[in-house]
Design a protein around this ligand. Structure first.
Ligand code: GTP
Ligand code: MG
Length: 192
């Protein structure tokens, strides 16, 4: 039987400041196989420290996670990343940054991204079957903060546009699939 997983030298941040408009109810609390999506994502990141929950104070109670609000509320997950990178303690170089609506992420997925870190990289993403990197289940280096702030300053809120501005390392789909076959199943709406 495999022993307990060793800690990963990564901070973790789950961004959960959204309004779930398409979902029609708070999707963080929506249960998949009996477990709220927020708790499922948190479980995949349990080997990381510190663990930050980027959400308005009082919205969620997730033991072991420190609630850290957006510095610029209402601007979407790119602002959540600003809050996460700003809150990184000294000595923490990388944060595993995740949306709440990817309920099939696994600890192996994050370990795979971590194993792909190379010197000089500012982000590590997994690629889906079409070759697209998933910015909302990715690692970001603290040196990405300047580009994040520059995008927010000019109201470019697209995570993919941020990736275009960073040194990005990618993990290809076949390896991602081995670590988490449904990693990129993204529940923006309730399943049919
Ligand atoms: N910190 C933070 N996270 C956000 C914000 N807006 C969205 N998110 C999170 O980013 C992730 C992906 O966002 P969406 O899929 O667009 O979620 P959403 O905004 O709640 O959903 P829609 O209202 O349907 O767009 C989810 O984990 C959201 O909770 C925000 O303003 N701040
Ligand atoms: Mg949204």
């Amino acid at each position: 039987m495999p022993g307990p997983r060793p800690p990963l030298p990564l901070a973790a941040a789950i961004t959960a400041g959204g309004q779930s408009r398409r979902f029609g109810q708070d999707k963080a609390l929506y249960r998949v196989d009996g477990v709220p999506m927020l708790e499922r994502v948190a479980a995949s990141l349990q080997a990381c420290a510190p663990r930050l929950l980027i959400a308005p104070p009082g919205r969620y109670d997730l033991p072991g996670w420190t609630v850290t609000p957006d510095l610029r509320p209402g601007l979407g997950p790119l602002a959540g990343l600003e809050a996460a990178l700003t809150a990184l303690p000294q000595g923490a170089e990388w944060v595993a940054y995740s949306a709440v609506d990817l309920p099939y992420l696994t600890a192996r997925y994050w370990a795979l991204l971590h194993a792909a870190v190379t010197p000089g990289a500012q982000a590590v993403v997994g690629r889906d079957g079409e070759g697209r990197g998933q910015p909302l289940a990715a690692l970001y280096h603290r040196s990405a903060l300047g580009a994040v702030q520059a995008h927010l300053d000019r109201q470019d809120l697209r995570m993919r546009s941020l990736l275009d501005a960073l040194q990005v390392q990618a993990v290809m789909w076949p390896q991602v699939r081995d670590a988490a076959p449904l990693a990129f199943t993204n529940l923006n709406r309730p399943p049919a």
